[in-house]
Ligand binder design. Sequence first.
Ligand code: URA
Length: 250
Amino acid sequence: MRLDKYLSERTQYSRSQIKRLVFSGKITVNGNVVKKADTSVDDADEIKVSGKSVRTSRTLTLIMNKPAGVVSATEDKVEKTVIDLLPEEYKGQNLSPVGRLDKDTTGLLLLTNDGDLLHRLTSPRKHVPKYYVASLARPFTAEMKAKLAEGVVLKDGTVCQGAQAEAFDRSRLSILICIHEGKYHQVKRMLAAVGNHVEKLRRVGMGGLYLSQDLPEGETAVLLDKDLLKLLNSEDKFSSHLQRLMKCSS
Ligand code: URA
């Protein structure tokens, strides 16, 4: 593949910027300064831009601790997007949010340019379990729990699969809830359907992947292969999340 095309797909640089970088001798291939933007390269070549190695793999997946106030979209005319929060090196790499979190929802959000992974994680038949912590307006009752477990019907007639939910604090105003679908405003609408109201929502896990407490809000980390395996592990992590939350709230 041509060097300028190769780099434009893997870095934040446009093809014209790459031409300028080539012209100023900032790009090396296997240690040699390249003179032409149409030099032929492939994944076996060691390419550096201004001395920094370029990732050879086409796919990249990031985990973000999404803050409130930004939308899960690649672009928006009015609102700040999760892409706007990315460090420069990850911009222009065709990353898309995997599913959506509402503007006011915080926590675990994946961003990927791996189409297969995106499909695997969002296709309706294969949704991985997603774990949320919700702060409620009213105490969570046994009746609410039973209705959610049975599967609620939303106001517009949408039928939801049964969902496991449990309060983890004394006041019963904080719950952990696990859903396997990705319907619009699903957790908020499910809680509304059982007579409650979600005041705050935070995603804490997807599949076997947990949002690390060490990742500050608004920041991202590259998802490593071992994390990808955790993500796709659909083992039930409800009690493990619940125990951790109970410990934190006691
Ligand atoms: N359910 C919601 O209601 N909102 C989200 O952001 C995610 C799940």
